[in-house]
Write a protein that binds this ligand. Structure first.
Ligand code: ATP
Length: 227
C-alpha cells in the first residue's frame, strides 16, 4: 500500500470569540494517500480552515498535522517559510498575482527566491506557462490578462518549485462556467501527469466523483468517501 502524504492525527480547530467557542473541526484523524482529494461542504463548514491547517497558514487547537513527512503543526515561523515555498503550492480563488510583474516574472519569482538561479527559474517558468497554455501571454501583466489566463498563471506559479502537494481553495470560484471547467480539467490532468497530491476545495459537487478521495465537511465532522 502507498504511504500517506497527509495525516491528521486527532486534529481539532476552534475559534474563540469572547466567551463563545466555535468548534470548526472536531477531533479528526485521517490518512490521505497520494492523489486527488476533493473537499466539499456548505459555506462555513471549515473547508478553508482545513486547507489552511495543511498549508501551515493556521495551527490546530489540538492534534498534529503531517504533510509530505513534515509535522506542519510544529514548525516555527522561520521553518514555515521554506515549507510554504517548496513543499506545498497554493492556488486561491483570487489569483494573487503581483500586478506590476508579468506572467513570466510572477511564475519565476518563487523559484528564483528559493534557488537563486535566475536562468533556471526563467526556463522553469517558461516551461510551465507553456504547459498551462499561457506561453503566448507570458509578457503580459495580470491586468492585461483574462480571468482564466490569470488562474492558469497562478497554477503555473503554484507548481514552479515542484511541490509534493498542491492546495487549491476554490480556484475557479471567480470564473464563469466554461473557464471553470477548463481550469479544473487543467488542474486534474497536471496533478495526475506530474504525480502531485492535489487537495481541491470546491463548491462544485460534480467534481467529488473525479478525485481519488472525497471529503465532505459538515458541522465539524469530516465524512470520507472513495468515489
Ligand atoms: N480567524 C477566525 N476567527 C473566528 N472564526 C473564524 C475564523 N476563520 C474562520 N472562522 C469561522 O470558522 C468557520 C469555518 O470557516 P471557513 O472559512 O473554513 O469555512 P468554508 O467552509 O471555507 O466557507 P466558504 O465556503 O464560505 O468559504 C466559519 O463559521 C467562519 O466564520
Amino acid at each position: 500500500m502507498e504511504s500517506s502524504t497527509i495525516d491528521l492525527i486527532q486534529v481539532q480547530k476552534e475559534y474563540r470569540n469572547g466567551s463563545e467557542t466555535l468548534e470548526v473541526i472536531r477531533e479528526v484523524s485521517l490518512s490521505i494517500s497520494p492523489g486527488i482529494v476533493v473537499i466539499t461542504g456548505e459555506s462555513g463548514s471549515g473547508k478553508s480552515t482545513l486547507l489552511n491547517l495543511l498549508g501551515g497558514m493556521d495551527r490546530p487547537s489540538r492534534g498534529r498535522v503531517m504533510v509530505a513527512g513534515v509535522e506542519v503543526s510544529r514548525l516555527s515561523e522561520t521553518e514555515l517559510g521554506p515549507f510554504r515555498t517548496s513543499t506545498v503550492g497554493f492556488i486561491f480563488q483570487f489569483h494573487h498575482l503581483l500586478r506590476d510583474f508579468t506572467a513570466l516574472e510572477n511564475v519565476m519569482l518563487p523559484c528564483y527566491m528559493a534557488r537563486g538561479d535566475k536562468r533556471g527559474a526563467l526556463d522553469r517558468a517558461r516551461e510551465l506557462l507553456e504547459r498551462v497554455g499561457v506561453a503566448h501571454r507570458m509578457n503580459a501583466f495580470p491586468g492585461q490578462m483574462s480571468g482564466g489566463e490569470r488562474q492558469r498563471t497562478a497554477v503555473a506559479r503554484a507548481l514552479v518549485n515542484n511541490p509534493q502537494v498542491v492546495l487549491a481553495d476554490e480556484p475557479t470560484g471567480n470564473l464563469d462556467e466554461y473557464h471553470s471547467r477548463e481550469v479544473e480539467e487543467l488542474l486534474f490532468s497536471l496533478a495526475r501527469d506530474l504525480g502531485k497530491t492535489l487537495v481541491l476545495v470546491t463548491h462544485n459537487p460534480k467534481l467529488a466523483g473525479f478525485g481519488d478521495l472525497h471529503l465532505e465537511l459538515s458541522k465539524g465532522v469530516i465524512r470520507q468517501e472513495v468515489p
